[in-house]
Design a protein around this ligand. Structure first.
Ligand code: V0D
Length: 259
């Protein structure tokens, strides 16, 4: 069997990773916060001669499954990077289409996320978004605000440098108002002006699809994070791949944990 078909074929089997290996994982050092750059949807679709939309819709199902799995093994926060300010430079038709994805995702999966006690947060500049898109993401945050299971932190219209500049401007306003003195500006205080205020820094970063770069993602927050890269395209990413990443993380933290 060709590798890609084999992976496709095995997909459902890996959905039912047995409870033993889940339990085994749980007893070990589970990263509290995992961040993922979900890359490769377009390439996945192209290689199958499918429209890009097929890659996106498959990618959403993977978000759904990985969220469920992360919640089950005890991850506390899952940050997913699906869009950045750079993506605005794409053709208008593509941008309009991308704006519909959060709405489609939440229409399809929000009831299940609520069922599973997941809290949804959107990290990014949602002010400039089309009204229906903004309404959908605001509703998701409001409807899950009281859930205390996994925090699903979705980066949307997010860029790390823009986030830091926004934070610096807000901080300067507070200095001007006399609320903050220059000497008070510590790493901890600066962190509280970022969009991740209240969320601990990621312990593990995963990027799919073989690219080895950060692409303006959480530059401040990833200072001490373990990185794990895979050639697997996001629509092909399974619970097994996620577990593999966690095991590598565990092996590394065992090796350096003595410090
Ligand atoms: C494409 C993941 C969910 C890979 C599959 C417009 C990238 C589908 C969201 C989403 C995208 C974002 C915010 C939110 C709820 C859902 C999403 C984008 C792309 C960027 F509140 N999937 N998804 N956003 N893709």
């Amino acid at each position: 069997m060709k590798a890609i078909w084999k992976r496709w074929f095995n997909k459902d089997a890996s959905a039912n990773i047995d409870d033993n290996s889940k339990a085994e994982l749980k007893n070990l050092d589970i990263p509290e916060h995992v961040a993922i750059i979900m890359d490769g949807n377009g390439r996945w679709a192209k290689s199958r001669m499918l429209p890009r939309a097929a890659g996106h819709s498959e990618g959403m199902k993977v978000i759904r499954r990985i969220t469920k799995f992360a919640n089950e093994v005890g991850v506390k926060a899952l940050t997913l990077y699906a869009f950045s300010t750079e993506n605005w430079k794409r053709p208008e038709k593509e941008v309009n289409y991308l704006m519909k994805l959060p709405v489609e995702f939440l229409d399809t999966f929000l009831p299940e996320l609520i069922e599973e006690n997941v809290r949804v947060n959107i990290m990014g500049e949602i002010d400039g978004l089309p009204n229906h898109t903004r309404a959908a993401v605001e509703k998701a945050m409001k409807d899950t605000a009281h859930n205390d299971g996994l925090l699903l932190n979705l980066a949307f219209n997010y860029g790390s440098r823009a986030e830091m500049l926004l934070g610096v401007k807000q901080l300067m306003e507070d200095v001007k108002k006399g609320k903050v003195a220059t000497d008070d500006i510590t790493e901890e205080l600066f962190s509280s002006y970022l969009m991740t205020d209240g969320i601990r820094d990621p312990d593990l970063l995963i990027r799919t699809s073989g690219e080895i770069r950060l692409s303006n993602f959480m530059l401040w927050q990833l200072a001490y994070t373990e990185f794990w890269f895979t050639d697997v395209l996001w629509p092909d990413f399974t619970e097994k791949d996620f577990m593999e990443a966690i095991k590598v993380y565990q092996a590394r933290s065992r090796r350096y944990g003595g410090l």
